[in-house]
Write a protein that binds this ligand. Structure first.
Ligand code: MF3
Ligand code: CO
Length: 260
């Protein structure tokens, strides 16, 4: 998926502006889906909402048809980590759902994910989501010219490790993004600082930690997409697309114009 010694795509200011437009559609889509989450809704209904918001904002879904993926969003519930396929599943009180969405405009992509608590969830599940989101923000804050790529994963992992005995998923990672959704370089959610490529103005990365309440080990289910924890422990996933600018990290998939 990511290749070996490929170059990291550098975007012009105009190209980043188009990525911001795509990222804003992703943000609006996730917000519409977030407010629709409640006990009794099916994940297919959430997918239909996402499809409508993306098309009415003159964008196209990045996921639909990607390596044959059959939906607009990924909906991963409880012990599912990522890449859950929307369908007949009915959300119940106390569930934790990760919603992942990508959209593109003029060939430029944005990609983001949120974890949403369905009604009252257990305190440890709420804390898992909070910690995973905090880890994402810590990683986003490292997306600065002059830093090295592994500074991001180190920041992500440090937050999760400091917060408690969580599993940090290693098989799925963040990625470069731009003219494709998945580009060089892979962005692991762990590692030592100060290694890998130097981050430069015009790069864009999707940073997406996945953490579990148990062990880190995951497997793909029979549907060939859904990734679940092997021990059945629940997982959280958060993601934003960020651009490296002269002024610092620009979160392209935030609802507001967010520069860190
Ligand atoms: N958004 C996922 C990622 O963050 C990719 C979804 S896989 C797809 O990398 F097939 F659904 F597109
Ligand atoms: Co992604």
């Amino acid at each position: 998926m990511f290749g070996g010694r490929e170059k990291i795509e550098i975007k012009s200011a105009d190209q980043l502006a188009t990525m911001r437009a795509a990222g804003l559609v992703v943000a609006k889509t996730l917000e519409a889906v977030r407010v629709a989450v409640r006990a009794g809704v099916t994940t297919r209904e959430l997918d239909e909402i996402a499809r409508d918001v993306i098309s009415s904002n003159n964008a196209k879904p990045s996921f639909l048809g990607y390596h044959g993926y059959p939906a607009v969003i990924c909906t991963s519930v409880n012990e599912e980590v990522v890449h859950g396929i929307p369908g007949d599943r009915v959300l119940g009180e106390g569930d934790l759902i990760s919603i992942d969405c990508g959209a593109f405009i003029d060939g430029w992509h944005g990609d983001a994910a949120i974890s949403v608590l369905v009604g009252d969830v257990s305190p440890d599940v709420a804390e898992l989501s909070r910690v995973t989101q905090e880890a994402m923000w810590s990683g986003l804050g490292q997306a600065r010219a002059g830093n090295r790529l592994s500074d991001i994963g180190h920041a992500v992992e440090s937050v999760i490790r400091a917060a408690g005995d969580y599993g940090v998923v290693e098989e799925y990672v963040g990625h470069g993004i731009g003219t494709s959704m998945h580009m060089h370089p892979p962005v692991p959610n762990y590692g030592r600082p100060g290694e890998g490529p130097h981050l430069k103005v015009g790069m864009a990365l999707a940073i997406e930690p996945m953490a579990t309440l148990g062990a880190r080990h995951v497997s793909v289910l029979e549907d060939d997409w859904t990734v679940s924890t092997d021990d059945g422990s629940w997982a959280s996933h958060w993601e934003h697309t960020v651009a490296i600018t002269e002024e610092g990290p620009w979160v392209l998939t935030a609802l507001d114009d967010l520069r860190l």
